[in-house]
Design a protein around this ligand. Structure first.
Ligand SMILES: [Zn+2]
Length: 70
């Protein structure tokens, strides 16, 4: 199980949703509405589960060069 992380459409920063899931479960709930209070911009975002990504994917991902963030 990994944390489902969304991206703030306003700031482009990560929002950790507090939802824990895995790729298989996520594939079944792609259209599940997710309402998040965003700590980055202070607004509420209405997204769907497929907009998120897993924080620690169990499989290697294609190269990602912009994930380093303190
Ligand atoms: Zn936001």
């Amino acid at each position: 199980m990994s944390a489902l992380v969304f991206t703030c459409p306003q700031t482009g920063r990560d929002i950790v949703s507090g939802i824990n899931t895995d790729l298989e479960s996520l594939s079944h709930v792609q259209h599940l509405p997710v309402i998040l209070f965003c700590p980055n911009c202070g607004k509420v975002h209405r997204l769907v589960a497929k907009d998120g990504r897993l924080a620690a994917p169990p499989l290697p991902e294609p190269e990602r060069t912009h994930v380093a963030r303190v």
